[in-house]
Design a protein around this ligand. Structure first.
Ligand code: ZN
Ligand code: ZN
Length: 281
């Protein structure tokens, strides 16, 4: 009932399916914030957009299967580091004949996104190829600085982030709703104003907080940030909320609770992502 009202208002719901960076983890010390790697969905009454296909995408796929989802989903890959594609071959939507999956990604090292994924999901690294999936799969190239109009009032803009092997930051606009997905980015003082201009008008920002602020000095050039940079970005662009995510596997619940309380003290808009978190945009 509540969701029907959301749809009538042409608003969007963002949901977090994976909160980890680099590596999935499991165990009693990871139950609060979650152990799956990056995946976020944005749904409106007409469309389903997915950002990254880390192991979290499997939970999203299970939910879609329970709902009997048929039709099109648009999957945007920020880059093809393993933690962002690991869940793709087990994504339940791939096994649904009535589903259509459009996969967007940037060309890298002379290979388009289809060729990049095919070079990983193929024997001997994986027993089946994506083209063997029953779902209809299409691929589309994404470019830095591009605006993609998807129809139904939805658009996705991209910005180059600061990360080894390249990565794209993405802004999704759906009617009056707007959010930025910005994991895998080493935000320094020069980059934050650029990211803030890109994120202008976004109520919510999903931001890379792989490390604690005290760890950053030793991780220069690794392509990640802490909650300090995310809070700066949120304040700079007037966002209401920054959802910090992409946590390192060494950060257990106790560590993340402590970091989250520091981040909240610094700025009231800070929150740490938890799997299953749902936000009305
Ligand atoms: Zn990552
Ligand atoms: Zn990465």
């Amino acid at each position: 009932m509540k969701e029907n009202r959301i749809w009538e208002n042409n608003e969007a719901v963002l949901e977090i399916w994976g909160t980890r960076g680099s590596l999935a983890v499991s165990g009693p010390e990871y139950t609060v914030y979650g152990g799956n790697t990056s995946c976020v969905s944005v749904r409106t009454s007409r469309r389903l957009l997915i950002f990254d296909a880390g192991t979290g995408i499997v939970g999203l796929g299970r939910r879609l299967a329970e709902e009997g989802f048929k039709g099109r989903a648009d999957l945007f890959l920020s880059h093809v580091h393993l933690d962002h594609i690991q869940g793709l071959p087990a994504f339940p939507l791939l096994f649904c004949r009535d589903a259509e999956l459009v996969i967007y990604g940037e060309e890298r090292m002379g290979k388009n996104i289809e060729e990049q994924l095919n070079s990983v999901f193929t024997p001997p690294y994986w027993p089946v190829r994506l083209e063997q999936a029953p779902a209809k799969i299409r691929f589309q190239s994404l470019k830095e600085g591009e605006r993609l109009e998807l129809g139904d009032g939805i658009a996705v803009d991209t910005l180059r982030s600061a990360h080894p092997d390249r990565c794209l930051m993405m802004k999704v606009s759906a009617g009056r709703s707007c959010a930025v997905y910005a994991t895998d980015c080493e935000m320094d003082r020069d980059f934050i104003p650029k990211a803030a201009a890109f994120a202008e008008g976004s109520r919510v920002i999903i931001s890379d907080a792989q490390y604690g602020p005290e760890e950053l000095e030793g991780k220069r050039g690794w392509g990640h940030s802490s909650w300090v940079q995310g809070n700066l970005l949120g304040r700079s662009c007037g966002a209401e909320q920054v959802i910090h995510t992409h946590f390192d596997w060494t950060a257990d619940d106790e560590c993340l609770r402590e970091r989250e309380s520091q981040a909240e003290k610094d700025w009231k808009g800070a929150v740490f992502a938890r799997e299953g978190m749902k936000i009305l945009l």
